[in-house]
Design a binder for this molecule. Structure first.
Ligand SMILES: Cc1cc2nc3c(=O)[nH]c(=O)nc-3n(C[C@H](O)[C@H](O)[C@H](O)COP(=O)(O)O)c2cc1C
Length: 214
């Protein structure tokens, strides 16, 4: 037992050493943007992207709008969740790797240095827009944190709608910031789970491509 623990610790330390590429994002802009009705009027799906990366500021603003803490004193966020379980984690997949967003610290924690964007969008197509756009968000539901496993239909229902609220926040932020985006049911949860090292209780449910216009 002692040996196994020691080995596991060593692996964790080794991978932490290899992937010490966490990114501390700048403070997000919590004011400004288009008036709500103008953002609603502009909200739409766009699949034509340029390869231009998002700046750290653009990413920080996007993630805060998506699911950031808008009431940090009570640890509540821009998107609601059923029973306030806050069970959705955002992963940010870019060409240089995939990151788990820690919304409290506003840090992107690198999970892998692999490009996982191809497990979203038009998978297997050389014209997959997800490989052009710089960012593929992946919405991972933690069913253990949600705590509704004894009622699987409710668990799936609430997890899906909770992802949908985040997706709409992203749509409205993109409409306001002049970015393009497309919400995605088309993701490969099996490949994403393996590449992100997720346990069976944490499931990628949706994705969302974000980038600049072509
Ligand atoms: C739950 C859901 C899943 C979707 N999945 C995909 C998808 O896998 N691929 C895609 O290209 N668009 C996807 N979309 C985007 C829809 O095709 C798009 O919202 C729809 O055509 C309406 O266009 P609009 O968003 O501009 O109003 C999805 C949208 C929703 C709400």
């Amino acid at each position: 037992m002692k040996t196994a623990l020691t080995t596991a610790t060593a692996i964790a330390l080794a991978s932490a050493t290899c992937l010490a590429a966490d990114i501390k994002l700048p403070e997000p802009n919590r004011t400004g943007g288009k008036p709500l009705n103008e953002a609603l009027a502009a909200r739409q799906t766009n699949r034509d992207f340029s390869t231009a990366p998002l700046t750290d500021q653009e990413l920080s603003d996007l993630l805060w709008a998506a699911n950031g803490f808008n009431r940090p004193e009570v640890k509540k966020r821009t998107a609601p969740t059923a029973v306030n379980r806050q069970e959705v984690d955002l992963y940010v997949c870019r060409a240089e790797g995939a990151y788990l967003w820690d919304g409290e610290a506003n840090v992107l924690k690198q999970v892998t240095d692999k490009d996982l964007r191809g497990f979203t969008g038009r998978m297997g197509s050389p014209e997959n827009f997800a490989l052009v756009a710089p960012v593929a968000l992946v919405y991972v539901v933690d069913y253990a944190r949600q705590g509704m496993q004894e009622r699987p239909q409710d668990a799936f229902k609430y997890a899906s709608v909770d992802c949908g609220f985040i997706g709409q926040n992203v749509y409205l932020h993109c409409a306001s910031a002049g970015l393009h985006t497309v919400f995605l049911g088309m993701i490969n949860p099996k490949e994403l789970s393996a590449a992100l090292g997720l346990p069976a209780t944490r499931v990628p449910l949706f994705g969302q491509t974000v980038g600049h216009a072509k």
